[in-house]
Design a protein around this ligand. Structure first.
Ligand code: ADP
Ligand code: GLC
Length: 490
């Protein structure tokens, strides 16, 4: 048990980490939050599967081996990943040594054995957080992220002896890790866990439900999303359980990594810029227009989208409103991948409007940075958004966003009105009905404001001055950990 003199030990379990394995914001958070917690004095280690991308070029050290049910021997490696957060890797080549993404193969199909891949990750996490751990370093807190780590609190619950307190963080309730019920037994959970008061979920089992049921504390990545997931509309079937555990559910807003995302020193930009020399932002606009084959024009508002392409993110609204958007006039740049219909639709829009619309299908970190810097307005009409990082990157880069009033978007973007402008708080454009008309009206307000130099500069400055750093949220997680440990002691 930690006192303030002894650093709090935290094992942070995740399935992706920036910059080596990333499909979305979880990777960014898994790199930045542990680093922030370390800066605040906690002894944090991250636990991940030993994917090829993590082993390549990484100095690893064998630290333990353990016989685990049908897996046989599973090794735990310690590794130095980029950044200064020590990592532990679950090494089991039959499950993790393969080319492709963390969840899917190169053709976009889910790995057939994802239950085993993340079942093993969860199982090892629980073991390391228990008195049976083969390591001498034993965490006070087991912090589990998303469904991939969701079985860890369940396993830990059934392990005897001293154990860490558990936190289950939901980054996206839509992904639940649902498998046939008997999978739980195959993964080493006892029959007692199979009921509704356990891992059972509508006749099957769910990794996420298990985490939500067994964890000492549930968190999600924004206060508004913490409320929304208790409703039938955004509870994705978990709302009953979340309402029941309301007293154990907190929303802590994500921060952003202000070193990786710093327009004054971003190696991906054509020209650095900051609050004092916003003019240089224009050079990035020019570079983006050139790189994407758009007509080079400093005056036309340049709208950008950087995102996974999926129903959640509401890009269908942009497509539906495209004719009106382009007639404003405006240019549009899209960087994204995902749903094949959406990819095709944006490619089609680009070929129908050469010089005015450009679509890059794929993942490109450098281009994402240049687009945040080069665009004038960022579009993020998500139907739901647990937190969202891109709207914060864009405000930080002086690129006011247009967002739907949901989850973390509602918690981070302040709608531009005469009152918020006067108060110096306006940072973007928020619409509160999920419709093409409402989106278009907000986009129109943004384009109109863009034409008014003084208002626009004010908006840009407000966003760039806002503090989106991890410091406050890191401190909130630490408070939460301490409170749980104090409860455990009682
Ligand atoms: P989510 O995790 O739901 O996808 P977030 O806004 O939290 O949404 O995080 C998305 C992250 O992924 C951001 O860092 C964003 O820049 C990045 N991203 C998404 N699509 C792409 C892409 N095609 N190329 C580069 N970065 C991308
Ligand atoms: C998820 C959510 C996103 C959030 C990210 C990091 O992918 O969709 O809103 O920002 O996780 O917490």
């Amino acid at each position: 048990m930690s006192t303030s003199a002894v650093p709090l030990k935290v094992l942070f379990v995740t399935s992706e980490i920036f910059p080596l394995v990333k499909t979305g914001g979880l990777a960014d958070v898994s790199a930045a939050l542990p680093a922030a917690l370390r800066a605040l004095g906690a002894d944090v280690r991250v636990l991940l599967p030993a994917y090829p991308a993590l082993l390549k070029g990484t100095a690893v050290k064998w630290v333990a081996a353990h016989g685990l049910f049908e897996f046989g021997e599973v090794r735990v490696l310690s590794a130095n990943l980029p950044g200064d957060v020590p990592a532990l890797l679950v090494d089991y080549p039959p499950l993790y040594q393969r080319e492709g993404g963390p969840y899917q193969d190169r053709h976009g199909h889910d790995w057939h054995d994802n239950a085993l891949r993340f079942g093993l990750l969860s199982r090892v996490a629980a073991l390391l957080a228990s008195g049976q751990s083969p390591l001498s370093w034993r965490p006070d807190v087991l912090h589990c992220n998303d469904w991939q780590a969701g079985l860890a609190p369940a396993h830990l619950h059934y392990l005897p002896g001293p154990k860490a307190v558990t936190v289950m963080t939901v980054h996206n309730l839509a992904y639940q890790g649902v498998f046939p019920l008997d999978t739980a037994l195959k993964l080493g959970l006892p029959p007692a866990s199979l009921g509704m008061d356990g891992v059972e979920y509508y006749g099957e089992m769910s990794f996420l439900k298990a985490g939500l049921h067994y964890a000492d504390q549930i968190t999600t990545v924004s206060p508004t999303y913490a409320e929304e997931i208790q409703t039938d509309h955004l509870g994705f079937g978990m709302q009953g359980l979340l309402r029941q555990r309301k007293a154990r559910l907190a929303g802590i807003l994500n921060g952003i990594d202000c070193h990786a995302w710093n327009p004054e020193a971003d190696p991906h930009l054509a020209a650095p810029y900051g609050l004092k020399d916003l003019k240089a932002k224009g050079e990035n606009k020019r570079a983006l227009q050139e790189r994407m084959g758009l007509e080079v024009d400093p005056k036309v508002p340049l709208l950008a989208v950087i995102s996974r392409l999926t129903h959640q993110k509401g890009q269908d609204l942009i497509l539906a409103a495209a004719r009106e958007l382009l007639a404003m006039p405006a240019q549009l740049v899209l960087l994204g991948s995902g749903d094949k219909h959406l990819e095709q639709a944006f490619l089609g829009l680009a070929s129908a409007h050469p010089g005015q619309v450009a679509a890059h299908i794929g993942y490109n970190e450098g281009l994402a940075h240049l687009a945040e810097a080069g665009a004038d307005i960022f579009l993020m009409p998500s139907r739901f958004e647990p937190c969202g990082l891109n709207q914060m990157y864009s405000m930080h880069y002086g690129t006011p966003p247009v967002v739907f009033a949901t989850g973390g978007l509602a918690d981070t973007v302040v709608d531009c009105t005469p009152a918020t402008l006067a108060a110096g708080t306006a940072t973007g454009f928020v619409f509160d009905a999920m419709s093409e008309e409402a989106f278009l009206a907000a986009a129109r307000r943004a384009v109109t404001a863009f034409q008014d130099k003084k208002t626009w500069k004010q908006l840009q400055e407000n966003g760039m001055k806002a503090d989106f750093s991890w410091e406050h949220s890191g401190a909130r997680y630490l408070d939460l950990y301490r409170r749980l440990l104090a409860e455990q002691e009682r």
